[in-house]
Design a protein around this ligand. Structure first.
Ligand code: C5P
Length: 295
């Protein structure tokens, strides 16, 4: 949608259907293999060019930094450096994706602003150029460029390969009232002696087979996040007790998600959690489909 010379762009959340940690690298990051799918929960960004060369960011969420610490600001600055321009922009960010959640909200906002500014500043960078700027901003940013669809990601997460997705999965995502620091979860992770084979879940996703996807869910970070924030395990156990097809942590948490049979099953499980889990106050519950399937 165009607003004057600016534009409004949606930034989708993601879940990791699969995440294996293959080793620790000399740069301090971990080598990953992960399957990322966008889900229908969005922040929105309104992006306008500024004549004075300044970058400015406002956000409806008090407490979120709006200076160079914010990934949106970093992404805009990285893009103008790469393109060799001194353009400015104002960005208004409306947050709906919870933070410290494993849903990639900050990364997706950064990816969205790269795509929007590429257009607003008339840079005409191709997808692989944008992906390489994205990779420098954060591990998940390239996977969350608008329109990327489902992706199989390796390296520290920034080596992105589109992977087919056969149909929407119907998920229930629960955000506990605690957050998980990504760096802290990675510090506690125990690397696997035996890497898990990701081809099983990729085939299940390509076939749109929810039950097979649910059977193959994997997240090597899960036990580290449960140790760090025991409430996340309580939320996981409760969600799982409502008998979805499968249940897992996303990313480094704190959100857990359930794969459900269909939209009605997701609505049922979301309602049960909201009505019955009164001993776990402060949880936010979202019934959302996966989006952006690659045909
Ligand atoms: O790249 P990003 O800023 O999202 O990473 C946040 C932190 O998570 C890193 O500083 C690092 O501690 C940890 N991390 C990691 N290995 C990865 C991705 C993130 O150790 N592949």
């Amino acid at each position: 949608m165009i607003a004057g010379r600016g534009r409004v762009i949606w930034a989708a959340a993601k879940v990791n259907l699969f995440l294996d940690v293959l080793g620790k690298r000399s740069d301090g990051y971990h080598e990953l293999a992960t399957l990322i799918v966008p889900v229908g929960l969005y922040d929105t960004l309104e992006v306008h060019p500024r004549e004075d060369g300044e970058l400015s960011l406002t956000c409806d969420q008090p407490g979120l930094p709006t200076d160079e610490r914010n990934l949106v600001w970093k992404a805009a600055d990285a893009l103008r450096r790469r393109a060799g321009v001194s353009a400015g922009a104002s960005v208004r960010l409306v947050k709906r994706i919870p933070q410290e959640a494993g849903l990639g909200g900050g990364s997706s906002d950064a990816a969205a602003v790269l795509a929007a500014l590429n257009a607003v500043w008339h840079l005409n960078l191709g997808r692989s150029d944008l992906a390489s700027v994205a990779a420098g901003v954060g591990s998940d940013v390239a996977a969350l460029l608008p329109g990327a669809g489902a992706t199989w990601c390796t390296g520290r997460g920034e080596v992105v390969e589109p992977t087919p997705a056969g149909g929407p999965l119907h998920l229930v995502v629960v955000k506990p009232p605690v957050g998980c620091s990504t760096a802290e979860v990675y510090r506690r992770v125990r690397q696997s002696d035996h890497p898990v084979d990701g081809t099983v879940i990729r085939h299940a996703l390509a076939a749109g087979d929810s039950a097979a996807v649910a059977d193959a869910l994997h997240n090597r970070l899960e036990s580290a996040a449960f140790d760090l924030q025991p409430m996340v395990k309580q939320v996981y156990d409760r969600l799982n007790s409502y008998r979805p097809l499968g249940c897992r942590l996303t990313g480094s948490g704190a959100c857990v998600f359930a794969v459900c049979r269909d939209r009605a099953d997701a609505a049922r499980i979301a309602r049960r959690f909201e009505d019955d889990a009164t001993d776990l106050p402060g949880c936010r519950v979202f019934a959302v489909p996966t989006t952006g399937a690659v045909p």
